[in-house]
Design a protein around this ligand. Structure first.
Ligand code: ADP
Length: 473
């Protein structure tokens, strides 16, 4: 009998009230994995009720104790790194080194926020005699977290750690297909001493479980990571309910390489930027803008490096069948737009991978920024390149996008690096490396890439609201 994956509610496994399950698929070969619970609104009601019941006690826990529990969760994630990586690989097919890196990063979130348990602090305002005015930051209560399938454990840790450390309780829904490590995290948290009901996970569809979380009157803030389309739908409900929302949506991020850059390094980074996690990250650098004087030679080097990436070893599969189909549709869009691949442009040609959702690393060179393949997020290992003549034009092409998540600038001129960083409409800019930064670095978008910030101390402000207390004596 296949293994069953049940909800985690009030510190224990909890079968979905619907008694319904769906079978997960291993994206490397299409074989069945676990039977995943398909919950209904009743399970959300149950989870939110437990989260609400535990909120008052958790909020008033001695802060040092809260920090100690988060630190214990971090330790346990590390102790279970291999097992967590196994489960993540089963759900997503990603290379082992990538999965282990994400597990370590997830531990780092809990460790980082454990140490910040007494932040953010309030202020004391000196206004008039016989007055004592102070501000304090308070938790919202129950936070709804909705995560996608590309980095399941990592995305869960990124939201749950700052939400918990600031005294909130959480109801989280992972993506339909990839809940194993999120459930494992909830179990680890309970075993590490987190009180029952403080962190609950409900498995199921976005249209039922996800929307029930967003609409629930006791959910006081939502943190969402996923597509623009779903982000908009959630935004409308949040607007009606007048609750705050953090939206971490898509990207079509520009990576700008000037002729004076250290080109060997820039070429390696350009490949990492678009091919990490087989391009299934919102912060992928998928538009490579290269100064015209070096464009052709530079792109040839990028093609050479990317051609060495082997599907099934360096490049994981598309994580869902729908995503596999979407990337293939974009190969057709590219052909219709007259873009010819300098590399790849099809599903894998390796016969031993034929049952999996693998595509080739793909590069379309010298495209125009108004093509769909240059404007829309493909979410696969697909790069487009464009030449530019000068700094002004580079910034203009980079900003001519509906998105504004991240950007890269490669140059040996520090003044130019700072000017371009300043002019780019994006939540983060990487200079001479493509690194989304450690857990300490705030992360979020401009334009359709969303609003609010995850990570860093900044996230703690997003999981708390401010109260001013005015005492007159
Ligand atoms: P993708 O298209 O990449 O699957 P989605 O934005 O649809 O991205 O999914 C991200 C997360 O949002 C998943 O957990 C999904 O189940 C959830 N989701 C989808 N639709 C809704 C909705 N209407 N309300 C709340 N959550 C949703």
């Amino acid at each position: 009998m296949p293994r069953r994956l049940d909800n985690w509610i009030n510190g224990a496994a909890s079968a979905p009230s619907t008694a319904a399950y769906t079978t997960g698929l291993n994206p490397t070969n299409g074989s069945p994995t676990v039977d995943i619970g398909v919950s209904g609104a009743a399970d959300v009601d149950h989870a939110v009720a437990c989260a609400r019941r535990s909120a008052d006690a958790w909020r008033h826990f001695p802060s040092a104790e809260r920090g100690r529990i988060l630190a214990a969760i971090a330790r346990s994630i590390r102790d279970n790194a291999d097992r967590l990586a196994d489960r993540e690989i089963e759900d997503t097919g990603k290379p082992r080194a990538t999965a282990l890196g994400e597990v370590e990063n997830s531990a780092a979130y809990f460790e980082f926020y454990a140490g910040l348990v007494n932040l953010p602090v309030g202020e004391l305002l000196d206004v008039e005699p016989n007055q004592h005015i102070f501000t304090k930051r308070e938790p919202y209560g129950v936070i709804g977290v909705i995560t996608p399938w590309n980095l399941p454990l990592n995305q869960a840790a990124r939201a749950v750690a700052p939400a918990l450390v600031t005294g909130n309780t959480v109801v989280l829904k992972p993506a339909e297909t990839s809940g194993q490590t999120t459930i494992a995290l909830a179990r680890i948290a309970t075993e590490a001493g987190l009180p029952d009901g403080v962190f609950n996970v409900v498995l199921g569809a976005g249209s039922t479980v996800g929307s029930a979380i967003v609409a629930h009157p006791d959910v006081r803030k939502v943190a969402f990571t996923g597509s623009v389309r779903t982000g908009r739908a959630i935004g409308k409900v949040a607007a009606d309910r007048v609750i705050p929302l953090t939206l971490e949506l898509g990207g079509k991020s520009a990576n700008i390489v000037f002729e004076d850059a250290e080109l060997d390094l820039a070429a390696k980074e350009a490949v990492r930027a678009f091919a990490s996690n087989a391009g299934q990250v919102c912060s992928a650098g998928t538009r490579l803008l290269v100064q015209r004087s070096v464009h052709d030679e530079f792109v040839a080097e990028v093609v050479r490096i990317a051609a060495a990436l082997r599907e099934g070893e360096d490049l994981g599969p598309m994580i869902t069948r729908a995503q596999f189909e979407q990337v293939q549709e974009y190969f057709e869009v590219a052909a219709k737009e007259g873009a010819r691949p300098a590399l790849g442009g099809s599903v894998t040609r390796r016969p031993e991978l034929a049952g999996g959702f693998y595509v080739q690393p793909t590069i379309y060179a010298g495209v125009s920024n108004d093509m769909r393949i240059a404007r829309e997020e493909i979410f696969g290992p697909v790069l487009v390149t464009m030449p530019f003549d000068d700094e002004r034009e580079a910034v203009s092409i980079a900003n001519d996008s509906d998105f504004g998540l991240v950007a890269g600038v490669f140059t040996s001129d520090i003044g130019r690096a700072l000017r371009v960083s300043d002019a780019i409409e994006a939540g983060q800019v990487f200079v001479n490396s493509w690194s989304t930064g450690a857990v300490q670095t705030p992360f979020g978008g401009h334009k359709n890439s969303g609003y609010g910030r995850e990570k860093g101390i900044e996230a703690m402000y997003h999981y708390t609201h401010l109260k001013s207390v005015v005492v007159v004596y």
